[in-house]
Design a protein around this ligand. Sequence first.
Ligand code: HPA
Length: 306
Amino acid sequence: MVCRTPSLERATRENAVNGHKDTGPDRSLAAELEESRRRWLESGIPIPEALLVTGSGLSLDLGEPAAGPWPFSDLFPFEVEAIEGHAVTAELVRTGNGRLVLYSRGRLHAYQGYTPAQVVYLVRLSALLGARSLVVTNAAGSLRADLPPGSIVAIADHINLTGLNPLRGRLPAAWGPQFPDLADAYDPGLRRRFADLGTQAGIPVGEGVYAGLLGPSFETPAEIRAYRTLGADLVGMSTVLEVIAARHMGLRALGFSLVTNMGVGLVDEAVDHQDVLRIGGRASGGVARLISDLFADEAFWNVESS
Ligand code: HPA
């Protein structure tokens, strides 16, 4: 354990003022992350080359365990609550071709009360350790009839509708520019590779724009119509903060959604969180195949950031 705040509630309240977690006036976010990095290096745990974050209902078998799993609460200097009885964990995995991936089974969401800095803590720690790529998956509602439940959709771009941004406040200049360019935030080369791997494996991969919402309520039908007009193909409650933080620190990002339902009002059925988890679990075979093919592909590791 590094240093815990007494309660998430308190951290959240103070975060609203400070822009990052409550650690008292003399311990900034940068100092916290530096300490997490130092502890990682001192413990002799190898450095991950990529961070993989999988969302609702997905839990993949990616290769040989190399270290961990660690509950987030052991990795982070703030309280992390179990979700539905399961601790959120990360572990270091060695892929078949010997690459080290830090695999986060689940993530923290802003709708749970975590601050943007907490939501992206592992992204930043990975970047500071030297990782070069972020791969994220999420569960999403579809706004397009040609992307029905069960579809795998590469994220081409996003619309951040959370009202949040992890770059708000004063961050160390060494982390990246204050006003990072988010054109091609979702790396075009990696997207092409991912689509090719889908074709080779016979797994159709769509492409779409992801609207990131705060949640946790699902959308109203009017909101869904509005987001469609705005240019969104998918709606979800994660990913955008992580990708902003990753791009800020120079990581390449690849994201894809697993469509678990049609957007509210587009079909007669109600959206249900249990359905989201169930369909996420059912489509996990295709996603597991695509991710392991991606990591087995030397081109993934060698492509330069665009
Ligand atoms: N809306 C928002 N987030 C979601 C949805 C949805 O319909 N499905 C899965 N995550």
